[in-house]
Design a protein around this ligand. Structure first.
Ligand SMILES: [Zn+2]
Length: 246
């Protein structure tokens, strides 16, 4: 069975010491493709070096209201960063989306608590003909069709198993199969203890580290959730991955 991870960060420091083993484990798990996302300019060269072919996409890019409203200004996660107001984020994101449209490259989109604003930008801006990815979709159920009509794919992340995400987990029963993908977002968001098939030691700052081969676990959970055999689901998702990213 061929598996594909629609969103992760293999280049991150937390995974670097384990990279050789990870690449072996990915091959053994049947993983045929992964989308490695840089999140800032410093990461671009290492992400580019990891790409074995020129099928680059754009991302991850997008909108985040949580870093404006949900974090205290002295939160260590914001150290060295400037928090841009949502209007400024929207302007930059529109330019990135338009570039994706011009080059017809897949755009991988991060969105936290800004679904209305995201929809506005998507509606008003040229979009890549091949489509775009709303990674780890945690938006409202009633917006799924609106986003799908604008070319969106939706990737399932195992983090949605957490009880606080129960409503969002339910979305993934209903997303049309043709627009469905699976992701790990490794090195973050490891599966809960008993389902973590590839445990790794914590990072130097103590945060848990998700092994990208846990994509196999995410596939299994999604197949269970939708009540379809994994053998049926995986080839459908393979077509989706290839249509969007290859
Ligand atoms: Zn990510």
């Amino acid at each position: 069975m061929n598996l594909y991870d629609a969103h992760q960060h293999l280049h991150c420091d937390a995974l670097t010491p384990h990279r050789a083993a990870i690449v072996r484990d990915l091959a053994a798990a049947g993983v045929k493709g992964v989308v490695v996302n840089g999140t800032n300019e410093e990461e671009w060269p290492v992400v580019a070096a990891l790409a074995a072919n020129p099928s680059a996409g754009i991302g991850e890019v997008g909108l985040d209201r949580w870093i404006i409203d949900g974090l205290k200004p002295d939160d260590p996660r914001l150290a060295g960063l400037r928090v841009a107001p949502l209007a400024e984020q929207s302007g930059v994101f529109a330019a990135q989306l338009a570039l994706g449209a011009e080059l017809n490259r897949a755009v991988s989109i991060h969105c936290v608590q800004a679904w209305g604003a995201l929809h506005d930008v998507l509606k008003k801006t040229p979009r890549p003909a091949r489509g775009l990815l709303l990674h780890g979709y945690a938006g409202p159920a009633e917006m799924i069709k609106n986003f799908a009509d604008l070319g969106a794919y939706f990737s399932f992340n195992i983090q949605l198993l957490e009880p606080r995400h129960a409503g969002r987990l339910e979305n993934f029963r209903h997303i049309p199969t043709k627009r469905l993908l699976v992701e790990t977002d490794a090195p973050t968001k490891p599966p809960p203890g008993d389902r973590n098939r590839f445990p790794l030691p914590p990072a130097t700052d103590g945060s848990p580290v998700n092994h990208p081969a846990n994509i196999a676990v995410a596939y299994e959970v999604l197949a269970e959730l939708r009540g379809v055999p994994l053998e049926l689901l995986a080839p459908q998702l393979e077509q989706n991955f290839r249509r969007l990213f290859c």
